[in-house]
Design a protein around this ligand. Structure first.
Ligand code: CA
Length: 708
């Protein structure tokens, strides 16, 4: 007997049944493309709402408008999850990070890959239907702080929408992959290094998209376009253009009063990018957006007189039809630590203190779990879900009680959490049956120290990773962090704000989660496993080795009465650029599992098959070059290549494991732009031959030190 794939049908499920009938009726005489067109044409706001009752399809980045990532499918349960096996795998054809959550509509999967490529896959077989490459110029790889990743597409009325790395929003024909329209979302390419890595959201014939770039030069905003024509409907900026405006709307005038007019912020954009969470609330017709950190990071150089610097590190509610500001809640007034409020936002109705509240939940980088009333933005509660040392807690008004000295104004300081976040973009999930939120929690130690030499004038376009206003370089020598890195899956009770269970991992930077009505939680790990847990107890029930580290969030969906679980496997992202926690380093793939699946596993590639494993030796250098080389290395190389010799690199090689010939030719290779086709920045005019020899000296020194 077949186990029913879904819960008993509810009224809300009816539109999905009708939808299924439409597709079946179209089979006779219709081409596969016609059938896909007909199925995807039915995807609209009403269907996305109805689908959350059955979750047969996976229609939005975080499944539906509540963004809970709670699958109601119950064919796979705690009792039978041990029988899960591989149904198929699909090769994405890239070695860079895979952060995408696939969208699945009526058996067709749409998944984005590195460099904003889009793959349409038959989810029954894993065969490719079509492939789209927006042909992003590799130079934009240097505009992206955190790998050339893409977190996913949106599907609406027969179109697939992808935000491409170089700042274009592109609409594709869902049946063929042909481009229908593209719009440049960057308002000023000379001035701002805006990139898109996040998934668009769709509602009421509207597609919205933000962008990243606050580590370089950026002024944040979110833009809404007509899904059919690509015509711009509205745009809301998250920070003012300058102290005197001009102000695009009253919220900008309000915000300007919270910035030091004499600060450097408006020269470099001020930051506040909306690079991940955007949640549409159909009940209230609001769009909640999560706003990121300031540019530069350090408030003491950004806005020296202080100020809250709205709307940095805030959740802002906008009128979804007009883009007008409605309310905001600022998590970190005067943000200075890269504590973005961009992390995953989940909507739910929870009983709190005997009262039913419409809440939104977020576990952002700053280490506190937030409950906010989403009708008016009022603060309900915030409690730390990891160890923190920057704030003692939040007062009843929702303002943090900062620990003295946490702003590192008196020298170097190890602040916890760090810019990597106690939880980053990796999606969490909420299970209404267990009442728990499943968070990929982590810690990556770092320390901060003011950069006395910070000059916005040196932060010309193309100067990657320079707009921090913190001197990470000095810190390597003066304040080595004492905390240890960690990563765990955390089950959190949001109503009582307390931990219920956790599962420890080898390292930080593990994958997103999905939870199901089969009382399961699925998650992939940095060390290359994909696991299922009992959602109530946290007991591990099943695991499978996959070809590389996992960072993306899994999905579950049903086709013809069979439940599937899929996950994109491909190590990378800002942490994975420079380190790796498994010797498996296969190119990116989508893995799909089902009960009794018995497909052959795809070939696995080991690190030693394509990268040197010996520390470099023999590069002749002058000892005097080591210290200046270290400073140059930290400013120019560290973010992608990592600390030399401490490990054998992530997606980007660690230079201490290079061949000697690479170190010897480093000045020529780097200044010629030898690796620009892979997205490495061009350093001509930024580093001299002599400076590159100093960098090589530091790399050799580190290799020698490590070998001893
Ligand atoms: Ca940031």
């Amino acid at each position: 007997m077949r186990i029913p794939v879904t819960a008993p049908l509810t009224a809300g499920a009816m539109s999905c049944l009708l939808f299924g009938g439409l597709v079946a009726g179209a089979v006779n005489g219709a081409s596969p493309a016609d059938r896909v067109r007909e199925a995807t044409s039915a995807v609209d706001t009403a269907m996305i709402i109805a689908n959350e009752e059955t979750t047969e399809h996976w229609l939005s980045y975080n499944l539906g408008y509540t963004e809970q990532r709670y699958s109601r499918l119950r064919q796979i349960t705690t009792d039978n999850v041990g029988e899960l096996g591989l149904a198929w795998s699909y090769d994405i054809g890239s070695e860079r990070g895979l952060e995408a959550t696939p969208i699945v509509v009526d058996g067709v999967m749409y998944v984005s890959g590195p460099w904003s490529t889009v793959h349409a896959i038959d989810a029954r077989t894993g065969e490719r239907l079509w492939y789209f490459d927006p042909e992003v110029d590799p130079k934009y790889g240097a505009w992206a702080c955190c790998d050339v990743v893409n977190r996913g597409v949106a599907v609406y009325r027969g179109k697939v929408f992808v935000g491409a790395l170089h700042g274009y929003l592109i609409a594709l024909d869902a049946a063929t992959g042909e481009e229908v329209w593209r719009r440049d979302t960057n308002i000023d390419r000379e001035r701002y290094r805006h990139t898109i890595t996040g998934a668009p959201r769709v509602f009421n014939d509207t597609v919205v998209i933000g962008h990243g770039g606050a580590e370089l030069t950026a002024r944040g905003y979110v833009t809404a376009y007509d899904t059919e024509t690509g015509v711009k409907r509205w745009r809301w900026y998250s920070v003012p253009r300058g102290p005197q405006g001009p102000f695009e709307d009253p919220s900008m005038e309000m915000a300007a009063a919270t910035w030091d007019p004499d600060g450097v912020w408006h020269e470099v954009g001020g930051g506040g990018t909306i690079w991940d969470s955007m949640v549409y609330d159909p009940e209230l017709d609001l769009l909640y957006v999560g706003v990121g950190n300031g540019t530069p990071w350090n408030r003491d150089v950004r806005s020296p007189a202080g100020g809250d610097n709205l709307f940095l590190s805030s959740i802002v509610a906008l009128n979804a039809s007009t883009g007008e500001y409605v309310w905001h809640y600022q998590q970190v007034p005067g943000e200075t630590w890269d504590y973005t409020a961009t992390q995953h936002i989940i909507l739910a109705d929870l009983e709190i203190g005997g009262e039913e509240r419409k809440v939104l939940m977020q576990a952002p980088k700053n280490g506190f779990f937030f409950l906010i009333d989403r009708t008016d933005g009022s603060f309900i509660s915030a409690e730390p879900f990891v160890e923190v040392n920057w704030a003692e807690g939040y007062d009843s008004e929702g303002r943090p009680i900062e620990v003295e000295g946490a702003r590192a104004q008196d020298g170097g300081r190890e602040v916890i959490p760090t810019a990597y976040g106690a939880h980053n973009w990796h999606p969490m999930s909420y299970n209404p049956e267990t009442g728990l939120v499943y968070i990929p929690a982590q810690g990556v130690p770092l320390a901060l120290e003011s950069d006395p030499d910070y000059q916005p004038s040196t932060h010309q376009p193309g100067h990657a990773m320079s707009n921090l206003g913190w001197n990470l370089g000095h810190l390597l020598n003066t304040v080595p962090p004492e905390a240890k890195p960690f990563g765990h899956l955390l089950a959190w009770d949001p109503v009582n704000q307390r931990e219920v269970w956790r599962q420890e991992y080898l390292s930080p930077w593990n994958g997103g989660t999905v939870t199901t009505a089969g009382n399961l939680v699925f998650q992939g790990t940095a060390d290359g496993r994909f696991l299922a847990y009992d959602a109530t107890t946290g007991e591990p029930l099943w695991q499978q080795e996959v070809g590389s580290g996992v960072i993306a969030g899994p999905v579950s969906y049903a086709i013809d009465g069979t439940q599937y679980v899929s996950v994109a496997v491909g190590w990378g992202g800002v942490y994975g650029l420079a380190q790796r926690h498994t010797d498996r380093a296969s190119p990116g793939r989508v893995y799909t599992f089902t009960l009794g699946g018995d497909a052959d596993p795809p070939p696995v590639r080991r690190v030693e098959e394509f990268r040197g494993t010996e520390l470099v030796s023999g590069y002749a250098y002058a000892e005097d070059d080591v210290n200046p080389g270290a400073m140059l290395y930290v400013s120019n190389c560290l973010m992608c290549h990592g600390a030399p010799a401490l490990n054998n690199g992530g997606n980007i090689p660690n230079l201490a494991y290079s061949d000697l010939s690479i170190l010897e030719q480093l000045p020529t290779l780097v200044l010629e732009g030898a690796w620009t086709d892979r997205g490495m920045p061009h350093f001509e005019g930024r580093l001299t031959e002599g400076e590159l020899r100093q960098i090589a000296a530091y790399v050799q020194y580190m290799a020698d030190t490590m070998r001893e």
